[in-house]
Design a protein around this ligand. Structure first.
Ligand SMILES: [Zn+2]
Length: 235
């Protein structure tokens, strides 16, 4: 692929890449989460109504994610970041830490992280590895006001300014394993394309969004390493 040798790259990853490491997603049919209504477990209202249920839900997901391993797609993106001489930003909609486990460094979790707790009184974020439950205390303000550090429906995704700034400068934008239907992530391709970036979609099945000029279909664990290979050899 012909892009300048120090081109700035932005990669967006979604549920598809984690699914190939065995982590179920909200939108899976029949997955572990099919028993739950997203209004109960993924909204601030659900949390205030029944915090115990919400803590249990994310404790399960955190345990599951802790056991999961990155796949070849995660590894290829870490290798690309390591080898690429230009700016590289990985934006993920996923709340697991499989990109970090694979060795990615410049990662923004726009929808939050399972291994972090958020204090809803003082706003501090703190690393969190084990279960999180009612009554556990914030290390900054000492109040029992911690919640999962997940961006719920109706809340503002994290790091939007940094993401927009990187999209403005991107020469290549790649979306991997994301349906591209949930805003604001769905608007990223429009912003990048509007600034003249090359746009690539890598998905199990193409979304058909005409803003992607290049589309590669297939499992991320095979299509992403192949794409990274062409990118690194083509420069
Ligand atoms: Zn606090």
């Amino acid at each position: 692929m012909q892009i300048s040798p120090k081109a700035s790259i932005v990669v967006l990853t979604g549920a598809g890449i984690s699914a190939e490491s065995g982590l179920a997603t909200f939108r899976d049919n029949g997955g572990l989460w099919a028993d739950h209504d997203i209004r109960d477990v993924a909204t601030p209202e659900g949390f205030y109504r029944n915090p115990g249920l919400v803590f249990d839900f994310y404790n399960m997901r955190r345990r599951e994610a802790a056991k999961a391993s990155p796949n070849a797609a995660h590894n290829a993106l870490a290798a690309l970041e390591n080898a690429w001489p230009g700016d590289f930003l990985l934006v993920t909609q996923n709340v697991d830490n499989l990109h970090e486990k694979a060795g990615s460094k410049n990662v923004l979790h726009m929808h939050g992280k399972l291994n972090s707790a958020l204090c809803y009184e003082c706003g501090s974020h703190q690393p969190w590895e084990g279960d999180l439950d009612e009554g556990m205390v914030c290390s900054s303000c000492a109040r029992a006001s911690l919640r999962p550090d997940i961006v719920w429906f109706g809340e503002m995704p994290y790091d939007m300014e940094r993401i927009e700034d990187a999209l403005d400068r991107a020469e290549l934008f790649v979306a991997i394993g994301t349906s591209g239907t949930v805003y604001p992530a769905a608007g990223f391709v429009m912003e990048a394309a509007g600034k003249g970036a090359r746009t690539v979609e890598i998905n199990l099945e193409a979304t058909g969004n005409p803003l992607f000029k290049d589309c590669r279909e297939g499992p991320a664990a095979t299509t992403v390493p192949a794409f990274v290979e062409t990118l690194l050899s083509g420069r």
